[in-house]
Ligand binder design. Structure first.
Ligand SMILES: Cc1cc2nc3c(=O)[nH]c(=O)nc-3n(C[C@H](O)[C@H](O)[C@H](O)COP(=O)(O)OP(=O)(O)OC[C@H]3O[C@@H](n4cnc5c(N)ncnc54)[C@H](O)[C@@H]3O)c2cc1C
Length: 382
C-alpha cells in the first residue's frame, strides 16, 4: 500500500513538473499555482494529490509564496481578493511624450507608428514614388509608384512634394486647473510616482483628442477648438483606478478613461467649461496591460483593460490562440476601449463582436466596483 501511495505521489509530482516546464516554454517565467493547475492533469492521480504536489513545487521553487496559500481553497482566482502576478512580465510604457517606447512609439498627429510613414521621392524624370519607411509592414521599403497618381485622381487634387506640411509645432497651452493640492492627492493614489502624472502640453493635447480629421489637424497645428484635460494620469492597478475614482467623487472632478485614443467620435474630448467647469483628468489605461491568466481548456483569458489589440493578439498567438477580434485600429486601440465603444472587428462573422467575446467585466464606478460575473461556459448535454 505504501509503495502504491508513493507511486501516486511520484506521478503527481511528475505531472506538476511537466506543467511547469510547459508553462516556462510558453514564456511564463514565474508560473503561480493557479497557472500550474491549468496544465496539471492526470487520469492516474486524484486532484487532491495534484494540489499537494503543486503546493510543494511552488514552495520548493519559491515560485510565489502568496499564491501557494490559495491552492487548497480554489482553482479559480478571484482578483478582488487576491493579486495574481501577470503571466508575462510587463514593461513600463512611458517613453517620449508617454506614447510608447522602443519601436512602438505612436506617431504624434497622424495615424501609425513613428518609424513607419510614407516618404515621397521625386525621381529625375519628374515622377513621384512613395516608399514606406521602416521595416514593420510587408509594404515597407517597396516603391509604390502608382500611389500619388491614385490619390490625385481620387481626391481630384495635385500633390506638390515641395509644399510644406505641418511637421509638429511646439505648442504651449494655457495652464490647466490642477492645483498643487490636487497634484498631491493624485500622487497619493498612484504611489507617489511622479512619472505617471503629467500636465505637459503634448500629453494633455493627445488625451483630449481622438482620431478624427479634426483631431489630427488640431494636433498638427496646435490650435484646439475644444477644452483639453487639465492632467493625465497612468494608473497601474484596479486599486489605483478605484483611488482615482474615489478622489473624483470626493473633490467633484471629472475623470475620462483613455485607451488608445483611436475613437472617431470625440469621446475623449472634454466638455467646455461652460457645460462642465470641473477639473478634467484623463485616466490613461495603457499601463494596465497584463494577461493575468489563461485557461486553455475553456478558451478564456483574464486580461487588464489597457492592453492594446496588437499586444493581446501577439500574446495569445504565442499560446496558439486567436482573440477573434480585430478592428482596423487594433494596433493602438485597447481592450477597454473596445468594450466601452462596443467595437466591431473584421472577423465578426466568425467570432462575433466584442460583446460576444467578453465574458466578464470589472468596472470601477463612482460608487465602487461593478462586476458582471459568469459562472461557466455554456455546455449543452444531449
Ligand atoms: C484607423 C481606424 C480604424 C478603426 N477601425 C475600427 C473598426 O474596425 N471597428 C470599430 O469598431 N472601430 C474602429 N475604429 C474606432 C476605434 O478604434 C474604436 O472605437 C475603438 O474601440 C476605440 O478604442 P480605444 O482604446 O482607442 O479607445 P479610446 O479612443 O481611448 O476611447 C474611446 C471611448 O472608450 C472609453 N474608454 C477607453 N478605455 C476605457 C476603459 N478601460 N474603461 C472605460 N472606458 C474606456 C473612453 O473614455 C472613450 O469614451 C477605428 C478608428 C480608426 C482611427
Amino acid at each position: 500500500i505504501v509503495s502504491k501511495i508513493a507511486h501516486k505521489f511520484d506521478t503527481a509530482e511528475e505531472v506538476v513538473e511537466k506543467a511547469v516546464i510547459r508553462l516556462r516554454s510558453k514564456g511564463f517565467s514565474t508560473p503561480m499555482a493557479e497557472h500550474i493547475f491549468q496544465y496539471a492533469h492526470s487520469d492516474e492521480v486524484p486532484m487532491s494529490l495534484i494540489r499537494i504536489a503543486v503546493k510543494m513545487t511552488v514552495e520548493k521553487c519559491s515560485l510565489n509564496k502568496s499564491s501557494s496559500n490559495a491552492i487548497a481553497s480554489s482553482r479559480k482566482v478571484d482578483s478582488s481578493q487576491q493579486q495574481v502576478n501577470p503571466l508575462f512580465s510587463s514593461q513600463l510604457n512611458i517613453g517620449s511624450r508617454n506614447r510608447g517606447s522602443g519601436d512602438s512609439v505612436e506617431s504624434f498627429g497622424s495615424w501609425g507608428f513613428e518609424d513607419s510613414r510614407f516618404v515621397l521621392n521625386t525621381l529625375p524624370n519628374g515622377s513621384n514614388v512613395v516608399i514606406m519607411k521602416g521595416g514593420r509592414y510587408s509594404i515597407s521599403g517597396k516603391p509604390l509608384p502608382k500611389l500619388v497618381g491614385f490619390i490625385e485622381k481620387e481626391l481630384n487634387m495635385k500633390i506638390d512634394p515641395n509644399s510644406e506640411t505641418f511637421q509638429g509645432v511646439d505648442f504651449s497651452l494655457p495652464d490647466g486647473k490642477l492645483t498643487s493640492e490636487d497634484t498631491v492627492r493624485i500622487l497619493t493614489a498612484i504611489d507617489d510616482d511622479t512619472s505617471r502624472l503629467s500636465t505637459v502640453a503634448e500629453d494633455r493635447a493627445r488625451h483630449g483628442t481622438g482620431h478624427t480629421q479634426d483631431d489630427i489637424y488640431s494636433l498638427r497645428s496646435g490650435s484646439f477648438r475644444t477644452r483639453l484635460p487639465d492632467a493625465v494620469v497612468w494608473p497601474r492597478s484596479v486599486s489605483e483606478v478605484q483611488a482615482l475614482a474615489s478622489l473624483a467623487t470626493t473633490y467633484n472632478w471629472c475623470i475620462i478613461p483613455f485607451g488608445g485614443g483611436t475613437n472617431v467620435t470625440h469621446s475623449t474630448h472634454c466638455p467646455s467649461s461652460t457645460v462642465d467647469p470641473r477639473l478634467m483628468v484623463s485616466v490613461d489605461m495603457k499601463l494596465m496591460k497584463n494577461v493575468i491568466w489563461v485557461n486553455e481548456e475553456d478558451g478564456l483569458a483574464h486580461v487588464e483593460a489597457g492592453i492594446t489589440g496588437r499586444d493581446l493578439i501577439e500574446r495569445m498567438r504565442r499560446l496558439g490562440f486567436t482573440i477573434g477580434h480585430e478592428p482596423d485600429s487594433y494596433e493602438f486601440s485597447t481592450l477597454g476601449g473596445w468594450i466601452a465603444t462596443k467595437a466591431s472587428g473584421m472577423k465578426q462573422n466568425k467570432y462575433g463582436n466584442i460583446e460576444d467575446i467578453v465574458k466578464e467585466v470589472t468596472v470601477v464606478s463612482a460608487k465602487g466596483i461593478m462586476s458582471h460575473k459568469h459562472k461557466a461556459n455554456k455546455v449543452s448535454f444531449g
